[in-house]
Design a binder for this molecule. Sequence first.
Ligand code: 13P
Length: 256
Amino acid sequence: MRTPLIAGNWKMHKTLAEARELVGGIREGIKGIGGVEVVICPPFHHLFAMAKAIDDSPVMLGAQNAHYEAQGAFTGEVSVPMLKDAGCTHVILGHSERRQYFAEDGPLLAKKVRAAVAGGLNAIFCVGETLQEREADRTRRIVERHISDVIKADVPAERLIIAYEPVWAIGTGRTATPDQAQEVHAFVRAMLASTYGQPTAEAVRILYGGSVKPGNAADLLAQPDIDGALVGGACLVPADFAAIIKAAGTWAAVSS
Ligand code: 13P
């Protein structure tokens, strides 16, 4: 049985005071909830402070990006060893906003995922189609291409987490139905199985992301291949994020 994982992608939100308040609210809200892993992914400059703020709590820390080199003349970038130094255990890579606004492509992302995993971080690798691609019935082809980018880079599966985030569902309030999401998640798992073998593929967490809210989390998480969520907007509201974590914890307790 895979332990569900709920990760909050803060994107470019929160001042330090707001970040402290948010983490305080999350810590309070998840008291007594077990059986679920929780990761917060604040902006880079909050990482050290947030590492302190989650100290002695089960909440883990992730970053939203990383460079593939350990160090060097790369102005504005942050490396995997630096993230580890700041207390990170996870890093989000290949988010559609990075692909769309910062021109991150498959070969670059493969290098990043390989560096993150080799450096001891759990890579939350995002895949997903645009609305245009879904309407053209190209969802599987796009997701297959995204996944094969990292598979071709010989990334070991042990520290790999996949997040299926249909671009049309991000920040739009329009969520994939549980069936739509499950279909893609099962497809991703089958792809992983054909590369890594069934037992390894069974152990990889595949998260869903795209307008996950307290009201739809339970139905999504009840799907057999949905192992958690990558949450944007709702992770900025402690009560909402805690409610999603609670839904995952409840599901884990029922299905174990
Ligand atoms: P929303 O939950 O705001 O749709 O964002 C999803 C996302 O992009 C998480 O990485």
